[in-house]
Ligand binder design. Structure first.
Ligand code: EPZ
Length: 417
């Protein structure tokens, strides 16, 4: 296994290019199941989670061809409708093949994803929506066994805003009979990106990016060439890296419109941020102040940036109340940050961070994807050496974060252990 080692205290300087969005790539790769022929996808990041979804798709009969920076995908010959536990258990987003398989084959057998470090991660809303569309669903031996002679359009109300739930139902609806309306739909940019790809394939979708999405079923879809959006969470992580090291970083190829809540909060704490075309220039200052955040569905402050923001607040002047409203257990990074000297008090779904002058390097352990990024950010600022173990969590969602940080001047490297 790999560990990452950081000698902290070096202000970052230089420029970095953001990769394609993991959380757009996962549903968009799944959507290639909806029709045969060769799709060409650009800007697909090279991440463990992308490898996992490709394994699941290959297991179904999908074939891939790497063509330079593009990924070609063909699902002409689907030989299976099953996604096995051994693959699904490593990535909850595997459930995204459910909707497309039902649309294409009328049947699917997907292992129940199970929970993960940050929460139970149920899929009840996915299944409730599919049932409303005429899908017969049984839970057998840890698998969702689903079938439908025909998918019918339906009026679907999500009790809770669910990103992959919205995406799954949108994919199930594009070739269903009649009209489907998704109420209280997720508005994330990754949902919009999927909708844009589906529309390019011939789907009839209105309202993506709002809380009400309508889909009119069509008879046929066709394969396309499509470039996915940049990863707003990777970009936000680099903004915080600039802030926590009091450096100056140009983040290239990001979309500031997807990051308004993040930018707002970083301006509030006293960072300098400037949009220059598709770039964001971030300058960290010595005096950053504690600011409260509450994670919310888009366009609110993203839960996927909570752990990273908390690391920054550990060295702010003053206090910060951080409320996590999306997941029930997304504070696993706190006990590790405390090992680095952070002063954080947990009270249910909120954490009070009392900013300190410095953190100190320590041996810490990554527990989940965004917690890994939080510990790296804390290590960049800490005095002395930080060693982060179990960095396989990090590699699920960041392509070479440590390499990119070293190119920005930080002393960071990997070792086997
Ligand atoms: C997506 O997860 C993202 N993953 C997550 O990113 C992100 O944190 C999350 O949305 C929230 O923005 C992908 O897009 C692949 P949800 P998802 O369904 O869709 C509850 C990362 O770090 N819920 O929007 O699984 C659920 O328990 C990952 O990149 C139900 O109760 O999240 C949670 O409390 C982590 N029943 C809330 O809704 C359901 O059927 C939001 O979850 C579905 C969800």
């Amino acid at each position: 296994m790999d560990k990452i080692i950081i000698e902290g205290g070096i202000p970052l300087n230089g420029e970095v290019t953001v990769g394609g969005s993991k959380n757009a790539a996962l549903p968009i790769l799944s959507a290639c199941l909806l029709t045969g022929g060769w799709h060409t996808l650009d800007n697909i990041p090279k991440l463990r989670d992308i490898w996992t979804i490709k394994e699941i798709l290959s297991n179904l009969g999908v074939v891939f061809d790497e063509d330079g920076q593009s990924l070609k995908v063909n699902s002409d010959n689907l030989a299976s409708h099953s996604a096995p536990y051994k693959l699904v258990k490593t990535m909850r987003a595997s459930i995204l093949v459910l909707g497309p398989l039902l649309s294409r084959l009328g049947k699917a057998k997907i292992s129940l994803p199970g929970g993960c470090a940050i929460g139970a991660r149920p899929i009840d809303l996915h299944l409730k929506g599919l049932s409303a569309m005429g899908v017969d669903i049984n839970l057998e031996h840890g698998y969702v066994v689903a079938s439908a002679d025909k998918l019918r359009g339906a009026n679907i109300f999500f009790d809770i805003c669910t990103v992959t739930g919205t995406e799954n139902l949108m994919m199930a609806a594009v070739k269903a009979e009649g009209k489907t309306t998704l109420h209280n739909a997720a508005e994330e940019p990754e949902v919009v990106d999927l909708a844009n790809m589906l529309k390019a394939m011939g789907a009839r979708i209105k309202g993506a990016g709002t809380d009400t999405i309508t889909i009119i079923g069509v008879k046929e879809l066709h394969p396309i060439r499509y470039g996915i959006i940049p990863d707003r969470i990777e970009a936000g992580t680099f903004l915080i890296a600039a802030g926590i090291t009091k450096g100056k970083v140009r983040i290239k190829g990001c979309n500031g419109d997807h990051m308004e809540a993040i930018i707002e909060k970083l301006l509030d704490i006293g960072m300098e941020l400037e949009k220059q075309g598709e770039d964001l220039v971030a300058i960290g200052h010595d005096k950053i102040k504690g600011v409260d955040i509450k994670t919310m569905p888009f366009p609110g402050f993203p839960t996927d940036m909570q752990a990273q923001f908390m690391a920054l607040m550990c060295i702010a002047n003053g206090w910060s109340m951080i409320r996590e409203t999306v997941f029930e257990n997304r504070f696993m990074h706190i006990s590790e940050l405390r090992r680095m000297g952070a002063d954080i008090e947990i009270n249910g779904g909120q954490a009070l961070v009392r900013g300190k002058r410095n953190l100190s390097g320590a041996q810490v352990m990554a527990t989940d994807l965004r917690a890994s990024a939080s510990l790296i950010l804390a290590g960049l600022a800490a005095k002395g050496r930080t060693e982060i173990s179990r960095v396989y969590h990090l590699d699920r969602g960041y392509q070479g974060l440590d390499l990119k940080l070293s190119l920005l001047g930080s002393k960071i490297w990997r070792e086997k252990y």
